[in-house]
Design a protein. Structure first.
Length: 327
């Protein structure tokens, strides 16, 4: 949740600023929070595919889908009206047209995440039926195939000099990219949730994660410092180190969660339901923050947006009917 807010808080800073000290710091932060969106998909896969309720199409449409789609549509409308009011040009015809075209295009770019997520919800009964009867070796094969086709080949295609890079630029009609980066993360989260014995200790996990981050930051610096280097490292795709770092993060917090005290678990359980609402409203929070501080001060933008979003969603979650509609 915090990673997504930081990601978008730094967007304007990275787009507008030259290579200054603050710009480098923003670039560093982007590397750190890169696993945020993959983790959202992984958590969704882990929770949904482990739930026996997922097999019920009726439960999907009566409960689960409504809880995701209704807040998304309402916040899409609220966000668009808010942004127009901030720009002093509220046009209800534009609002109406954008809402009618919401399947074609989100009203806020950050809402792209909702489209594959809703797709996975719709597919979840089918995926659940398959997952419950699949050999784990076959699932591992699917994840390896996803890593190779969606990350390794595109990364090598970018990184290798021509003509070698072009040799790995797969013909569009024969590409296995239809495996989908998002679906792969969805399945990866479920697969990692099945890991019973921790493969590494929490300390080693942190050390490995730090080592990967150092590599990402170094290559990202080279990409900007020397324009002839083009190795995708940050962003949602096709950065090959992102699923590795996201997996370490997932396992680390899974380990921590398994050793949490009753009190700590209650605190986490209290905060966790706010995450979806914060995601939906954080665009408004960032816009409000940018009215008070400059884009370059992205740390302050992040802080103001996070506090505003958390407080607003917490307050709305205390109101019974509004809670169902907006959080």
């Amino acid at each position: 949740m915090l990673g997504v807010v930081m990601n978008h808080a730094t967007a304007n800073a990275l787009a507008k600023m030259p290579t200054t000290e603050n710009w480098n710091l923003a670039s560093l932060m982007i590397c750190i929070v890169t696993p945020a969106v993959p983790l959202f998909f992984m958590l969704s896969g882990a929770t949904i595919l482990n739930s026996y309720k997922t097999a019920s199409v009726g439960y999907l449409f009566k409960h689960r889908l409504i809880r995701v789609v209704v807040p998304f549509i309402l916040w899409s409308l609220i966000t668009m009206i808010f942004f127009q009011l901030m720009d002093s040009k509220l046009d209800w015809n534009v609002v109406g047209k954008s809402m009618r075209m919401i399947i074609h295009k989100p009203t806020l770019e950050a809402y792209w995440f909702m489209y594959p997520l809703i797709g996975f919800y719709l597919l979840s009964p089918i995926l659940k039926s398959m997952i419950d009867h699949i050999d784990l070796k076959i699932l591992d094969y699917a994840i390896i195939l996803w890593l190779v086709t969606n990350f390794l080949i595109p990364t090598l295609s970018h990184a290798l000099p021509n003509p070698y890079g072009r040799m790995l630029d797969v013909y569009e009609m024969g590409s296995l990219m239809f495996l989908s980066k998002s679906l792969g993360y969805f399945l990866l989260g479920y697969r990692l949730s099945l890991v019973k014995k921790d493969p590494i200790t929490p300390l080693n996990n942190v050390l490995f994660s730090f080592f990967i981050l150092v590599i990402m930051i170094f290559i990202n610096y080279l990409n900007y410092e020397y324009k002839n280097i083009d190795i995708p490292i940050i962003g949602y795709a096709p950065a090959i180190l992102t699923p590795i770092l996201a997996s370490f993060n997932f396992l680390f917090f899974k380990q921590i969660g398994g050793t949490a005290s009753h009190k700590e678990s209650r605190i986490l359980a209290y905060i966790a339901p706010l995450a979806y609402g914060v995601y939906l409203v954080h665009g408004i929070g960032i816009r409000i923050a940018q009215e008070f501080v400059h884009d370059s001060d992205f740390i302050s933008v992040f802080g103001i947006a996070t506090i505003f979003s958390l407080v607003l969603i917490w307050f709305l979650s205390r109101i019974p009917l509004i809670n169902k509609l907006l959080t």
